[in-house]
Design a protein. Structure first.
Length: 349
């Protein structure tokens, strides 16, 4: 039974994981994630700091993952590593280490696209979160809507035309004086807000849109960010109240309604009975609950990863690596890191 080590360093998490198996559900033998708190002071990830922390963390993180899995390096069948997309300096730390380790132990190296890893993540916890399904990938850097006919066959239906959903959450959090990363703080604050006080326009969502229109599946979040800024500047808080909660609720409701409607449109258009969420924003409980509520009419099931597997992690990299390993795919030792490349197997709608 193949045993794969996954390594993830695309942004500000240094992660390693060992899995084994041949089909879903595979067994996650270990998962170690070291998150970098240094960036909170700057309100965003500083690439140079991220790279330096990866350099000091990669060896102990991998050693801990192997120890937790009771696995010696020589017992591995392959080493899988994220090579794109992400911060190039951060990616190079993981890629360089993975190449050195694979060479040293004489095992194959497998290159993994970070976003494809997110597609596999939910299946590590939900055995039914497998193709065919409609996928919504929502994170700080990406928002994409995909039709997944089978693993390795991804049809791009829609994407953000500007800001990603997670980026919008982070920027609104900053406007509201909340810590970075802002997603969980906005969600927590929104839970106490009045949903009727501020209703922001649902971006790129109109009842007159029809299948085939260029904006039928696409999203845009730059406008709503500006609307929140203007609301914050105009708002006058009544004595004893925190208007930030009401603004956070209005913002979150607008983003979630947009994402849910676009995703349900895709599932209906392609006849999918499964909807899979992936990426850091996928652990937003309000998003998952709203998606399940709308999917009922389609008779579709919705699967969302836990926070540990929604954010960047090496278990999803190992699982995607296992898929490519079993297909006989291998990376050369001149593998490089890339800030942006398409997901392997991605095609236009």
């Amino acid at each position: 039974m193949p045993r794969i080590l996954g390594i993830e360093t695309s942004c500000d998490e240094t992660s390693a994981s060992v899995i084994d198996g041949v089909a879903d559900p595979v067994a996650v033998r270990s998962l170690v994630i070291l998150s970098q708190d240094a960036h909170a002071v700057f309100g965003g990830v500083v690439p140079e700091i991220a790279s330096r922390v990866h350099l000091t963390s990669i060896v102990p993180v991998v050693e801990r993952a192997l120890a937790q899995a009771a696995t010696a390096p020589a017992e591995l069948d392959a080493v899988a590593v994220t090579y794109a997309p992400g911060l190039v300096g951060a990616l190079l730390v993981g890629v360089s280490y993975a190449k050195a380790l694979a060479f040293t132990i004489g095992r194959p190296l497998v290159a993994v696209h970070h976003l494809e890893g997110h597609l596999f993540a939910t299946a590590l916890e939900h055995a039914d979160a497998v193709p065919p399904f409609t996928a919504l990938l929502v994170s700080g850097g990406h928002t994409m809507l995909l039709d997944v006919a089978e693993w390795g066959d991804y049809r791009l239906l829609g994407r953000t035309r500007d800001d990603a959903a997670g980026e919008a959450f982070d920027k609104v959090a900053k406007l509201l004086g909340l810590p970075y990363p802002g997603g969980r703080h906005v969600e927590r604050l929104a839970a106490t807000g009045d949903p009727t006080r501020f209703r922001f326009t649902r971006p790129m969502l109109r009842s007159t849109q029809r299948l085939g229109d260029p904006d039928y599946f696409d999203v845009s979040f730059s406008g709503i960010k500006t609307a929140v800024l203007q609301t914050v500047e105009r708002a006058q808080a009544p004595a004893g109240s925190d208007i930030r909660a009401d603004i956070a609720r209005g913002f979150q409701d607008a983003v979630i309604e947009t994402l849910v409607e676009k995703t349900v449109r895709a599932a209906a258009a392609y006849g999918r009975q499964r909807i899979v969420l992936g990426g850091g924003v996928a652990c937003n409980r309000a998003l998952a609950e709203a998606m399940r509520g709308r999917a009922v009419a389609l008779g579709a099931a919705v699967y969302a990863p836990s926070p540990r597997l929604a954010t960047d992690n090496a278990a999803m990299v190992a699982r995607a690596g296992l898929f490519h390993f079993l297909r006989g795919e291998r990376a050369d030792l001149d593998l490089d890191a890339y800030a942006s490349v398409p997901i392997p197997g991605l095609r236009a709608a």
